[in-house]
Design a protein around this ligand. Structure first.
Ligand code: 5GP
Length: 195
C-alpha cells in the first residue's frame, strides 16, 4: 500500500532539513508541506517556500478557523501544519514530506493512520548534536541549551516511529531515506538490504 505522507522528525541539529531537501530534489513527485510559524524568518528563508511566517494574531486566527491539522508551541513560537496543503495533496494523489517535531509527527499519524510513514532522524549521540548546533551558528547559546533539553524528550519517542535512521554518515542517511521513500511510493524490494 502506498503511504503518501512522509513525516520526518528529529531533534534540532540532527540533519532533518538536509534529508528533507535531498528527498525533494531526488523525487519529483514529492512536495513539501510548508508549515505556518510565528518564528522570525532566517535570512535564507523564503515566505511560502520554507514557512508561512505569521504574526501570533494571524496564527491564532488560523487555529480558531480550524485551518491547522496540528500545531505546537516550540521554543516560544507556534508551528503548525496547514490542513489545505495536506488535503490538496491527498486529493491529487501526491506525496508530501513533512518536517515537524515529534508531537506533530504523532498527531499526523493519529489523524491519517494509514497514510503516514514516520521517520526519525537521530543524532549519533548528544555530544555530536551539541557540536552541530554550535557549528551552524543560527542560535544563541541559550537557544542551543533549550534545543538540547528538548532533544532528550524527543529521543524518548523514537520507538513510536516506523523507521529510525542514526545520522552518523550523511550519505548513508540520505540513501536510507531514499530507500524508504522508494519502498513506500513504489514498493521497492530492495529495502531489506538496508534495514
Ligand atoms: P525550526 O525553527 O528549526 O525551523 O523548527 C523548530 C522545530 O519545529 C523543528 O523540530 C521542526 O521540525 C518543527 N516544526 C516545523 N514545522 C512544524 C509544524 O508544522 N508542526 C510541528 N508540530 N512542528 C513543526
Amino acid at each position: 500500500m502506498k503511504r503518501q505522507l512522509i513525516v520526518l522528525s528529529a531533534p534540532s541539529g540532527a540533519g532533518k532539513t538536509t534529508v528533507a531537501r535531498h528527498l525533494l530534489e531526488t523525487f519529483p513527485f514529492l512536495r513539501f508541506s510548508v508549515s505556518a510559524t510565528t518564528r522570525d524568518r532566517r535570512e535564507s528563508e523564503i515566505h511560502g517556500k520554507d514557512y508561512f511566517f505569521l504574526t501570533r494574531e494571524e496564527f491564532k486566527e488560523r487555529i480558531e478557523n480550524g485551518d491547522l491539522i496540528e500545531y505546537e508551541e516550540i521554543f516560544g513560537n507556534y508551528y503548525g501544519t496547514l490542513r489545505s496543503v495536506v488535503k490538496d495533496a491527498i486529493s491529487h494523489g501526491d506525496f508530501i514530506v513533512f518536517d515537524v517535531d515529534v508531537k506533530g509527527a504523532l498527531s499526523l499519524r493519529h489523524e491519517f493512520p494509514d497514510d503516514t510513514v514516520l521517520i526519525f532522524i537521530a543524532p549519533p549521540d548528544m555530544q555530536t548534536l551539541s557540536e552541530r548546533l554550535h557549528h551552524r551558528h543560527t542560535e544563541t547559546n541559550a537557544q542551543i541549551a533549550l534545543r538540547l533539553a528538548r532533544a532528550e524528550m524527543e529521543m524518548g519517542h523514537e520507538k513510536s516511529f516506523d523507521y529510525v535512521i542514526v545520522n552518523g554518515n550523511l550519505s548513508e542517511t540520505l540513501s536510507k531515506a531514499e530507500e524508504i521513500v522508494r519502498f513506500n511510493a513504489e514498493g521497492s524490494p530492495e529495502q531489506q538490504e538496508l534495514f
